[in-house]
Design a protein around this ligand. Structure first.
Ligand SMILES: [Zn+2]
Length: 467
């Protein structure tokens, strides 16, 4: 019996951090530039020179409110920046400017569409803070300080505006957590507030995991897995934490709230350090900054910028395409291409399949491609058209001239010959394995060098195989 079947329930919440896509840093005018040479975007404020004073980035505040509105959060009338005190070599001030008691965005909710209807995941808060600088351990094999030739602190990242979104512990499986994060990522990216790319480090998540018996009230001690930057590893770490915690509870061990590291090689979590409590950080209101009090007009103007959310579009498209296809289309960025083809008269299901499988064509070719797709052209012509469409404007007439062979008198003898040459496959098909049809279609297409009309080939094959 697997742990999932044994009456234990997973309790998981995420703390998602993303770099805001502002032109400048959170509290100074240094430019944000990914991949710039080390320590080329620094100033007295982000290097924490004595007496240098922070000035908040208005655009970052607007972006945070915009995201808050998309998550149905209450927008604070009075938000406060606070100092979170701790020592780290890449934190020159000795504290991070964050938000504690009065975040910009209060409770909200994120309604996640699934194959079995909607799941509402609570949003506890979304607040604005600054990122720390980045420490690079160079020359070693592991990228850790041990064995490195030298360590370098790159202050370019120090002071980057960072939005933190905290979910309620409402996620009940690793798959659900990953799907929630994927949709949240899509929402953030579409609002234009962040690239939200894990590979670039502009999206990271802390994962909180505990377990309890089904029906049990309250929460047991949780494990925090920090700074995860891969969807796959997040899913695997949640599964591993679930297994280890269930085993520990069943062995009668007492769990304590701690920070854990996930090792993908061993697929196990090991304790990193015992968890700090909020008291350890000695939060207090940042004396160098006045509270943020967003005007109602600003909030309404931002609300006016909201477009149909990806979660809502999935629900709408699922009626045409089914949930799985709609979910894939929206979260892979191929939706605009399917829409462009559908707008030109291609049936939605076909448009979606084309966008997913031949997705790299330029949108300006949608009209020409829609004509070609709907005409009776050879598969070869179709392949050529899509290959060309990725590189520049195409002329539909070139491809429309290459019509497919749909003549029964021409295709009939070819099909007869192929069936006669493959008596075993014919037997298999007639024995109930209808998947073998694809083998015959493929053989006909090869024989005709892609010129046969697949619709006619399918119809003739079905007739002839019926025997
Ligand atoms: Zn600066």
């Amino acid at each position: 019996m697997s742990a999932h079947e044994s009456g234990w329930e997973l309790v998981c919440g995420l703390e998602v951090h993303c770099h805001l896509k502002t032109r400048t840093k959170m509290f100074c005018r240094c430019a944000l530039e990914y991949g710039a040479a080390e320590n080329t975007h620094v100033c007295p404020v982000c290097l924490a020179h004595p007496g240098a004073l922070p000035v908040p980035n208005g655009k970052a505040i607007e972006m945070t409110i915009l995201l808050g509105l998309a998550l149905d959060c209450e927008i604070a009338e009075h938000a406060v920046f606070a100092r979170k005190n701790y020592f780290y070599p890449d934190l020159p001030k000795g504290y991070q400017i964050s938000q504690y008691e009065n975040p910009l965005c209060g409770p909200g909710r994120f309604v996640v569409p699934t194959g079995d209807g909607d799941r509402e995941i609570g949003i506890v808060r979304a607040h604005l803070e600054e990122d720390a600088a980045k420490t690079v351990h160079a020359g070693g094999a592991t990228g850790r300080s041990v064995g490195a030739e030298y360590s370098l602190v790159d202050f370019n990242r120090g002071g980057t505006p960072l939005l933190e979104i905290v979910s309620a512990p409402d996620l009940r499986s690793a798959d659900e957590a990953m799907w929630f994060l994927r949709l949240l990522r899509q929402t953030i990216a579409e609002l234009g507030v962040s690239d939200a790319e894990m590979e670039k480090g502009t999206l990271r998540a802390d994962v909180n995991v505990s377990v309890r018996n089904r029906g049990e009230e309250g929460f047991r001690p949780r494990w925090e897995i920090k700074n995860m930057n891969s969807f796959t590893f997040i899913g695997r770490a949640i599964e591993a934490a679930f297994r280890q915690q269930v085993a520990a509870h069943e062995a009668g061990e007492t769990l304590v709230q701690s920070t854990y590291d996930y090792d993908p090689d061993t697929d196990r979590l090991t304790v990193h350090r015992s968890k700090e409590e909020a008291d350890d950080y000695r939060y207090f209101p940042e004396p160098d900054l006045v509270p943020v009090e967003p005007r109602a007009e600003l909030v309404e103007r931002l609300r006016g910028q909201l477009r149909e959310r990806p979660t809502d579009r999935i629900r709408r498209l699922a009626e045409e395409l089914g949930f799985a296809a709609a979910a894939e289309l929206v979260t892979t960025g191929n939706e605009a291409k399917a829409e462009a083809l559908a707008a030109e008269g291609v049936e939605w299901k076909a448009a979606s399949a084309i966008a997913m499988n031949r997705g790299d064509f330029l949108l300006e070719n949608a009209t020409a491609l829609a004509r070609i797709v709907q005409a009776n052209v050879t598969r070869e012509a179709l392949d050529e058209a899509f290959a060309a469409a990725a590189n520049g404007p195409i002329d539909a007439e070139t491809y429309l001239a290459q019509t497919a062979v749909g003549d029964e008198s021409e295709l009939g003898p070819i099909i007869d010959a192929i069936l006669a040459a493959n008596p075993g496959q014919v037997e298999t098909y007639r024995g109930g394995k209808e998947g073998v049809l694809g083998f015959f279609v493929g053989a006909v297409m090869r024989e005709t060098q892609g010129k046969a009309d697949p619709k006619v080939v399918n119809r003739l094959l079905l007739e002839k195989l019926k025997g």
